[in-house]
Design a binder for this molecule. Structure first.
Ligand code: NAD
Length: 386
């Protein structure tokens, strides 16, 4: 194969963006587009002189595509990915790979039957040199053992009008979750990419704290790791200006990532050694202030698409294998589960148990077809906040 024929499924905000990225990617050829909105398909297909489909599976069966990019609402990712593997088509799915762990597992199982196909996830932040640098500092042992991590990611501000803009948004039935599932999959993916999976999670999620929505828009989660390290993950879509600050407390000091910069306050002597050897009761080890250089990135989504194409054509390893997407889904599910059950959750999460809870929320969801939707004031805010 010299060129990968790609079909984009879902021509909303992000799908249109990915379609443009395909057009810029060497080795990729946009051959088809798909959406359930027929007028959009007809227009986009005509503009780009490609085939238009109103049904994703028809596109996969057509013989017009080798690979798809799935950019539909969250619940649909599993349906489309499983169908694509069945029809022998490569998959790149946008985040989250699925709404819940059991669905993510279905995608992984479907892929296992076709290991010759590529399964990739759109975790574009993994291409950001800032985060690549942090991964590198951790993996090379530069930070020493990690003791505690705190990520405050509250600069995902969204207004009520954002939530009102799409019928599937911010409902259990339409979207399957709130800030954890829509805005935070990127940070949850990086959280596990850097620090691994915790063994316990205790979280407090508030639904509709700042917005008239039925899903969570404010989260505080505590994670505990096998070696005793701890992590706190805080997210919100209701704070302005909000914060994006990752603090890593480690044996070699403290690393702070904020405002696109990495600052390392490096202990000249490992802290664990200094605690044992210092003859003074209060003094700190000498600390060096280091501004860690990292690049300034653009075109993150296009890099993931280029890597997907390269993996198909040349076997290049994927930056974000689809299988790894189950971890951020599991973290998000476990945080919600802990909050709903008002208890600490042991990991790995029982995916079936979470699915059951989610199905209960979906049953009472107020999601209706976009044209009929009217957001009414109703007090869901106390539904599972203890
Ligand atoms: N990676 C990122 O940085 C990033 C950013 C924003 C959104 N996203 C993700 O992209 C996906 C889409 O989000 P969006 O903001 O573009 O939403 P959107 O509502 O703008 O677009 C979704 C599109 O999918 C279409 N669609 C719905 N069901 C379909 C089906 N069964 N078959 C074909 N088309 C269907 C809709 O008609 C719509 O055009 C979500 O998973 C979202 O989380 C990723």
């Amino acid at each position: 194969m010299k060129e990968v024929r790609i079909g984009v499924i879902g021509l909303g905000g992000m799908g249109t963006n990915h379609m443009r990225s395909v057009l810029l990617t060497p080795g990729a050829k946009l051959t088809a587009v798909c959406d359930i909105r027929k007028e959009v398909v007809d227009k986009v297909a005509a503009e780009n002189k490609v085939k238009g489909f109103y049904d994703g599976e028809e596109m996969m069966k057509s013989g017009d595509v080798d690979a798809v990019i799935i950019v539909t609402p969250h619940f649909d990712h599993t349906v489309k990915a499983v169908a694509a593997f069945k029809h022998g088509v490569h998959v790149l799915t946008d985040k989250p790979i699925a709404v819940h762990k059991a669905d993510a597992q279905k995608m992984i199982d479907a892929h296992k039957k076709r290991p010759d196909l590529k399964f990739a996830a759109m975790f574009n932040m993994r291409t950001d040199s800032l985060y690549i640098k942090i991964k590198n500092l951790i993996e090379t042992g530069e930070l020493g053992e990690i003791h505690r991590v705190n990520w405050i990611i509250t600069n995902w501000f969204r207004s009520q009008s954002y939530y009102n803009s799409g019928g599937w948004r911010a409902t259990w039935r339409g979207e399957g979750g709130g800030v954890l599932l829509n805005q935070c999959p990127h940070q949850l993916d990086l959280f596990q990419w850097f620090f691994g999976m915790p063994v316990k999670i205790r979280a407090f999620c508030q639904v509709g704290r700042y917005h008239n929505i039925e899903v969570e828009d404010d989260v505080t989660a505590y994670c505990q790791y096998k070696n005793g390290s701890t992590g706190v993950f805080i997210a919100s879509t209701g704070e302005a200006p909000g914060t994006n600050r990752l603090e890593i407390t480690c044996d070699r000091g403290r690393l702070i990532v904020e405002d696109g910069k990495i600052t390392f306050n490096r202990a000249e002597i490992p802290v664990s050694k200094f605690i044992k050897t210092s003859t003074t009761g209060f003094g700190l080890p000498p600390i060096w202030h280091v501004d860690v250089p990292s690049g300034n990135d653009r075109m993150a989504h296009q890099k993931i698409i280029a890597n997907y194409v390269d993996a198909i054509l040349n076997g290049t390893p994927l930056i974000a294998p689809g299988e790894e997407g189950i971890k951020s889904v599991e973290l998000s599910n476990a945080m919600l589960y802990s909050s709903i059950k008002d208890k600490t959750v042991d990991m790995p999460l029982d995916g079936k148990a979470f699915e059951k809870i989610l199905n209960g929320l979906i049953k009472n969801s107020r999601f209706v077809k976009p044209k009929e939707q009217k957001i009414k004031n109703n007090d869901l805010s106390k539904s599972f906040v203890k």
